[in-house]
Design a protein around this ligand. Structure first.
Ligand SMILES: C[S@@+](CC[C@H](N)C(=O)[O-])C[C@H]1O[C@@H](n2cnc3c(N)ncnc32)[C@H](O)[C@@H]1O
Length: 157
């Protein structure tokens, strides 16, 4: 199981967690942060997504108790392709740590990801990105719907 690094512990400490929260971690890797957040949540749920099958397999292998308890899940998907499953409730908080599609390194992917995240997140949800704590909040809503004809949220990064 991937241990929780001091860097990811600081991220967990910085998240605005509250009871019942549904948290989406993008680019969860082997699941250390998602697992820690699931342990801290009272009555909530964490979904970790990653485009790497190896990462998701490692995350699942290291999280059997939390997955069995129904507080944590993992899914192999690129955030640019993320779509909620039928009946899946939207998420209240999204976090992405060291994920190029969301930290401004890959703006085209970032624009596509943002469209998907808008649909996967509840009204009032917050998207936090960065390398570690402190994280930066990325605006989710504005004039851009498809990223093709207006300034995008990464333009000021
Ligand atoms: C540098 S690692 C960071 C892992 C973890 N968040 C951390 O900070 O330790 C980036 C992770 O994001 C995943 N990733 C990169 N781009 C992605 C995308 N577009 N959608 C989903 N996962 C992505 C990679 O597969 C990898 O597991």
């Amino acid at each position: 199981m991937a241990p929780l690094s001091d860097r990811l512990r600081a991220v967990a400490d910085a998240l605005p967690l509250r009871p019942g929260l549904r948290v989406l971690e993008v680019g969860c890797g082997p699941g250390a942060l998602a697992r820690e957040v699931a342990r801290r949540l009272d009555g909530g749920y964490v979904l970790g997504v990653d485009r790497s099958a190896t990462a998701v397999r490692q995350a699942l292998e290291g999280s059997a108790p939390e997955v069995a308890a129904g507080v944590l899940g993992f899914r192999r998907v690129a955030v640019e392709d993320l779509v909620l499953e039928p009946g899946e409730a939207p998420y209240d908080l999204a976090v992405a740590v060291r994920v190029g599609a969301l930290d401004g390194r890959h703006p085209d992917a970032g624009r596509r990801a943002l469209v998907r995240l808008r649909d996967a997140l509840a009204p009032g949800a917050v998207l936090l990105v960065g390398d570690g704590a402190p994280l930066r909040q990325v605006p989710l809503h504005g004039p851009v719907r498809d990223g093709r004809d207006a300034p995008h949220p990464w333009s000021d990064l």
